[in-house]
Design a protein around this ligand. Structure first.
Ligand SMILES: *[C@@H]1O[C@H](CO)[C@@H](O)[C@H](O)[C@H]1NC(C)=O
Length: 263
């Protein structure tokens, strides 16, 4: 079956059928953490002759659907690569319109997004937030709704993020803290604890759309034992069946990956 056909069919698959499929998947192990590189929003705009921002808007609703599927399936952590530090090198107009879009989407996410409420999701922004324009930074740093009593799911949004910057941050903070308490040796766990992603488990699967198989400076430290899944669809076209395929792939490799983790 080709992927386009799968996507179209998946649009008709309702909640009930999703639940059945998830029940079957749950017989085996469910990934705890899935990370997404949402590649292809610009290409999607071009393909459909849309103005540039339009692709990102369709991409946002694709993300909302994907979050729903992940949380329904019982995935606890979802991480998305929303904006790389390298993206600041794009032309200033595009960067500015992306920043505006980001503020709008962050606000909407906090205020209205039903998925976030329904699944008691805690949202955290990851990255060097000092690099963001003030309006985005304020939106990202704003105190969130009171935390739900039972924390069922976590959404980590990487903005102004690259792995190299994250590692630099971890090493720097470790050095500073060590200077303060006089110790000379830095351990892996010292650095890990001070990473932007500190506290979150390593991802089990990274899904990158557009058929690209590069990590592009995303979660390099955390992805040593992680499965990379790269469907050829552009991000706004990603659907339920792609997630199912990724999870099946993960389950097929689980024994091996798990052995690696314990080694
Ligand atoms: C974060 O951004 C600032 C500039 O705002 C820069 O000086 C710093 O090196 C960056 N990285 C870290 C890890 O702080």
């Amino acid at each position: 079956m080709d992927v386009k056909h799968v996507t179209r069919v998946s649009e008709f698959v309702g909640g009930f059928i999703r639940k059945c499929i998830f029940n079957i998947l749950s017989v085996s192990v469910i990934p705890n953490h899935i990370a997404f590189i949402m590649d292809g929003n610009r290409r999607y705009s071009q393909k459909h002759n849309m103005i540039n921002g339009a692709g990102y808007r369709v991409g946002f609703s694709a993300l909302m659907s994907m979050l729903r599927y992940c949380y329904e399936l019982g995935v606890k952590y979802v991480t998305v690569y929303a904006f790389s530090i390298d993206n600041f090198k794009r032309n200033p107009e595009e960067v500015e319109s992306l920043m505006d879009l980001m503020v709008e989407k962050i606000e909407r996410l906090i205020k209205e997004e039903i998925i976030i409420r329904q699944y008691g999701t805690r949202v955290r922004f990851i990255g060097n937030l000092t690099l963001l324009s003030e309006s985005v930074r304020l939106a990202a740093e704003r105190p969130w709704m009171p935390l739900p009593k039972t924390l069922k799911s976590v959404l980590l949004i990487c903005v102004a993020y690259t792995s190299i910057d994250e590692i630099l941050h971890g090493v720097r903070e470790s050095c500073e803290d060590n200077l303060n308490d006089g110790s000379v040796k830095i351990s892996v766990s010292d650095i890990e604890r001070r990473m932007y992603m500190g506290g979150a488990p390593d991802p089990d699967i990274i899904i990158r759309t557009s058929g690209e198989t590069r990590l592009s400076n995303f979660l390099l430290w955390q992805s040593g034992k992680c499965l990379l899944y790269s469907p050829s669809v552009l991000w706004p076209e990603i659907g339920f069946m792609h997630l199912v395929c990724a999870v099946l792939d993960f389950q097929k490799h689980f024994y091996y990956l798990n052995k690696q983790k314990q080694a």
